[in-house]
Design a protein around this ligand. Sequence first.
Ligand SMILES: Nc1ncnc2c1ncn2[C@@H]1O[C@H](COP(=O)(O)OP(=O)(O)OP(=O)(O)O)[C@@H](O)[C@H]1O
Ligand SMILES: [Mg+2]
Length: 203
Amino acid sequence: MELKVENVSFSYNKKRQILKDVSLSVSSNSVVGLIGDSGSGKSTLCKIIAGYISNYKGSVTIDGEKIPDKDYYPVQLIFQHPEKTMNPKWKMKKVLNESWTPSQELKDTFGLKENWLNRWPSELSGGELQRFSIIRALNPKTKFIIADEISTMLDAVTQVQIWQSLINHCKANNIGILAVSHDIDLLNIICDDILYFKDINNL
Ligand SMILES: Nc1ncnc2c1ncn2[C@@H]1O[C@H](COP(=O)(O)OP(=O)(O)OP(=O)(O)O)[C@@H](O)[C@H]1O
Ligand SMILES: [Mg+2]
């Protein structure tokens, strides 16, 4: 499968255009990195691709078709700050099973500890919480993952471990990944291809 972004332009308001004719593509089974300056519009692009923003120009398609948004959106965004995406009044067990019921094997792969499930989101570290958001996004209906600075809060060793687990799972299940990061060393390790945001944004 091919996720294609073609000539996407967007501005939040009349004062400043953020994206101009941005195009990129990600195929199943590949990891494409995206690196660029802070404030340049990478997260905005991620939100457009994952269906959070709809009033843009251009197109986002999978195999040439508009992405269906009725049942389940097959492009899942994982954010930098996992706590912002979780209901603080839900125990982690409920947070984890919100989208689907992951296998024990998958929970083990990401080092999810059983006793974390009975805690509130505020009782876990950023890195621990991020494991939950990653697993949650790996619903079997997911075809592409947009990972927006997902490992910024982790130490270098944990960062590589989590990325290896995510990439192994995605390669085995034919899921494509767009990985946004400021960390060129990390992208060099995990990506099949790296895009520079300033090269694809035609402002
Ligand atoms: N909801 C919004 N309304 C208005 N402006 C916004 C909104 N969200 C983001 N912006 C602005 O759009 C620009 C691009 O923001 P964005 O978050 O996409 O950048 P980024 O490349 O992801 O930056 P970083 O690397 O720091 O995460 C910024 O100048 C930001 O202030
Ligand atoms: Mg960002």
